[in-house]
Design a protein around this ligand. Sequence first.
Ligand SMILES: [Zn+2]
Length: 58
Amino acid sequence: MDDDKPTVDMMVATCRTPGCPMEGIGEIAPFFANPAPPTYRGQCGQCEQPHTDIVPAP
Ligand SMILES: [Zn+2]
């Protein structure tokens, strides 16, 4: 059993900051699932704002 390992899920994170070069462009990346909300946390590599649009990768 590997219960000590955090869960890593592949997610699509999309920046929604108006004017950001990455606005509306989804990036697939591994995210750790946090025990408390928000479950997935990340920030845009361009505007450095927290991602507000993180959905499971297909
Ligand atoms: Zn951005």
